[in-house]
Design a protein around this ligand. Structure first.
Ligand code: ZN
Length: 147
């Protein structure tokens, strides 16, 4: 188990664009495993690679239904709407209301290099959107609803 430091808001690494993973080598597998360890250690439900200082399209999520690992994820379908409280391991101690789709379909690659599709509703849809935003340097605080 290896924990990585989680970047905090204000650090430029959180605002950069990421690059697609082209080869799933030992370093990517180690990154996935370290990110999961770091997420669970911090009691989070998701973590994106820029949050641990790596500008690659890699995300881990666990909303209580098991670990999801996504390499090069993209949202290919979104519908509906929800507004709910959202937080981020890179914005410690805060949360705010964010509007998200209520349903999304995500296409990604798994650690074995296979293309996968996943669907999420409600909180899982929110987690997919939040983590995939991180890969474009977008934080939930950019999307806060007015009170
Ligand atoms: Zn976040």
């Amino acid at each position: 188990m290896a924990l990585r430091r989680i970047a905090q808001i204000g650090e430029s690494v959180l605002r950069k664009q990421t690059r697609a993973v082209e080869v799933i080598d030992d370093r990517i597998i180690e990154l996935l495993e370290d990110m999961a360890d770091t997420m669970y250690d911090a009691d989070g439900v998701g973590l994106a690679a820029p949050q641990v200082g790596v500008l690659k399209k890699v995300v881990v999520i666990d909303v209580g239904e098991g670990l999801i690992e996504l390499i090069n994820p993209e949202i290919i379908e979104a519908s509906g709407e929800q507004i709910d409280d959202e937080g981020c391991l890179s914005v410690e101690g805060e949360s705010g209301l964010v509007r998200r789709p209520d349903f999304v379909r995500v296409r990604a690659t798994n650690r074995h290099g296979q293309e996968i599709e996943m669907m999420g509703r409600g909180f899982l849809a929110r987690a997919f959107c939040h983590e995939i935003d991180h890969l474009s340097g977008i934080l939930y605080v950019d999307k806060l609803e007015e009170e």
